[in-house]
Design a protein around this ligand. Structure first.
Ligand code: AMP
Length: 214
């Protein structure tokens, strides 16, 4: 099973990917996470990508497609892939088809998380994650059960993404509208797109996604 979670920043792609990994043993392939890891490790790719990411713009198609190719290369053929935050442009969508074919895979579903854009800024600027295990939280919508303590691992250090500020979020939304939304019609023509209400509660969205996967 190979699926794309598509939706603007803050739609819940990361949260839903984490749930799919847990429930179905799939692997999350998040180009955003891969790039953040490269930035942290100060690899040549990370050094190049950092300024672009901080501005909320898109890094080059070649960089992210190479990252995805390398991850699939290292994955067992039987493990399902969740593409989270990739593809984001028409060129990346074409590359993904080629990369999947090369690895003997094909796309089963594109799940579009539909969201009310006005709510996105609040969703994004309120989010934070555990600095140890990466569990995702939100100040109001999904706080830790005990203040300041990660539910998953008990750690007390948290972090926020540097690009989760209002100005950068607006730029990221603009990029989504201009470059990513236009790839949907191509997938619709292949009859593999299902839209899910991304404004619903996390569990409801998860249920709707599971119903699609069957
Ligand atoms: P995300 O974690 O998916 O919100 O991605 C964070 C940032 O990483 C984006 O704003 C882009 O700068 C960069 N990025 C992540 N995935 C891609 C992609 N598929 N294509 C281009 N840039 C990306």
């Amino acid at each position: 099973m190979n699926i794309i979670l598509l939706g603007p920043p803050g739609a819940g792609k990361g949260t839903q990917s984490a749930g799919l990994v847990e429930r179905h043993g799939m692997k999350q392939l998040s180009t955003g996470d891969m790039l953040r890891a490269a930035v942290k490790a100060q690899t040549p790719v990370g050094i190049k990508a950092k300024a672009v990411m901080d501005r909320g713009e898109l890094v080059s198609d070649e960089i992210v497609s190479d990252l995805i190719d390398a991850e699939l290369e290292a994955m067992g053929a039987e493990t399902g892939a969740i593409f989270d935050g990739y593809p984001r442009t028409a060129a990346q969508a074409d590359s993904l088809d080629e990369i999947l074919a090369k690895h003997g895979r094909s796309l089963d579903h594109v799940i579009e998380l539909g969201v009310d854009e006005d709510a996105l800024v609040e969703r994004i600027t309120g989010r934070f994650s555990c600095a140890n295990c990466g569990a995702l939280y939100h100040d109001t919508a999904n706080p830790t059960s005990k203040e300041g303590v990660c539910d998953n691992c008990g750690n007390t250090e948290f972090k926020r993404r540097p690009d989760d500020n209002e100005e950068t979020v607006r730029k990221r939304m603009q990029e989504y509208r201009a470059k990513t939304a236009p790839i949907l019609p191509g997938y619709e023509a292949r009859n593999i797109v299902t839209r899910v209400d991304g404004m619903a509660a996390i569990d409801e969205v998860a249920g709707a996604i599971d119903a699609i996967l069957g």
